[in-house]
Design a protein around this ligand. Sequence first.
Ligand code: BG6
Ligand code: MG
Length: 212
Amino acid sequence: MKFKAVIFDLDGVICFTDEYHYLAWKQVADELGAYFDRDINNRLRGVSRMDSLDIILENYHGEPLSAERKQDIAERKNGLYREYLKKMSTADLSDEVRDTLIRLRELGLKLAIGSSSKNTKLILERIGLSGFFDAVSDGNNISRSKPDPEVFLKAADMLGEAPADCLVVEDAVSGAQAGHAGGMQVACLGDASEKKAGDYNLSAFSQLLDII
Ligand code: BG6
Ligand code: MG
């Protein structure tokens, strides 16, 4: 086995909350009169809530916004997003992802989450994975967002494994950069795989079993 542990991004890897992020940001951007589309949304993958807002505001040309107002806008987005999350259930965890996770565990690998999201706990609960992972490092225990490696280094530390023994799984280019900056190998799916940002660029989650 090449690795001792696998650290998974959550949104866009374990489950597909990215459409909900898009819909919530789209509503907020429309309210602000700021142009927003799916290409811009791709730039928000892996990026923290406040950094995402700054990207959205690149297309905002209205009155200057105070720090307090920006905080309110981010909270508004999060409220809309959490309403969408209520629709999630164990049906949002695919058989492929669940079976692959179980197989990886059977093979003796430690499994962790490394997500920028402050909603990680809620999402894991909704999809029935609460308590499944050996460690959860998320937006609540970091001060620097991806592409900074902090979230993955903390996950490796919680697992008690060296970064070089960990494989990061990501759908975001910023997340792949974060894994590399932390001295980890990276397997990419989705957008980051299309952009060939990983050491392994996969087309299906189950292909992880071929590379570990
Ligand atoms: C990441 C998403 O997982 O979490 C980003 O890819 C999102 O799009 C970030 O901005 C922060 O999420 P939250 O749930 O803390 O607003
Ligand atoms: Mg992601």
